[in-house]
Design a protein around this ligand. Structure first.
Ligand code: CDP
Length: 199
């Protein structure tokens, strides 16, 4: 059975939490594609070369979740050679047997336009910054500025800019608890699975 769930959206919208919960609920494999770009960003050197030579252990580094790694990720993510080097791995993951959930910025638009279920998870910048601040601490105004700077870069780049796929279901989680957001996502995917099975 091949079934891809594409979950895209801006920084700290809740994609990771929703993706992990959905993957567990349906027994699908999960790939946080942001980790690929974060790893390339922190490795240094020539980013395109780093992307071509990425190893599994690079994705388990302890420093990938920092604000600095997020900024480094969004800078290298604008380089077309970096994105090109990561496409095949993500596509193979998406179409693996048994089902897959991928979260990122361009999963439903570029990596897997044929995904059976697409969600665009978003929330207001203030809500997203507050959630990220609860994870990383520090000065909340600095976290908000970081989130907004990264969103602007991700939406404004020429190659694979962040935007909802035409056929994505938009999930604005600003006023939802995480449980509500997960329930909504599960309902959307369950409906698509039903159509897929009948199809
Ligand atoms: O967790 P958060 O939403 O803050 O970020 P992330 O998903 O780990 O992504 C970090 C950065 O990698 C983003 O700001 C994007 O610039 C880039 N990225 C991308 O360009 N395409 C993806 N599929 C995933 C991440």
């Amino acid at each position: 059975m091949i079934f891809t769930v594409a979950i895209d959206g801006p920084a700290a919208a809740g994609k990771g939490t929703i993706s992990r919960a959905v993957a567990a609920r349906f027994g699908f494999a999960h790939l946080d594609t942001g980790l690929l770009y974060r790893a390339v960003g922190v490795l240094g050197g020539d980013p395109a070369q780093a992307a071509r030579c990425l190893r599994p252990e690079d994705l388990t580094r302890a420093d990938l979740r920092s604000l600095e790694a997020g900024q480094a990720a969004s800078r290298v993510a604008a380089i077309p050679e970096v994105r090109a080097a990561l496409v095949d791995f993500q596509r193979r993951f998406a179409r693996r047997q048994g089902g897959a959930v991928l979260d990122g910025r361009d999963i439903g638009t570029v990596i897997c336009p044929e995904a059976e279920a697409k969600l665009y998870v978003t929330a207001s910048p203030q809500v997203r910054a507050h959630r990220r601040w609860c994870e990383v601490g520090g000065d909340e105004a600095v976290v908000l500025a970081e989130v907004q700077e990264r969103d602007a870069r991700d939406m404004g780049r020429a190659d694979a800019p962040l935007r909802p796929a035409q056929d994505a279901v938009i999930l604005d989680t600003s006023a939802m608890t995480i449980d509500e957001a997960v329930d909504r996502a599960v309902a959307v995917i369950a409906a698509r699975r039903g159509e897929h099975r009948r199809g």
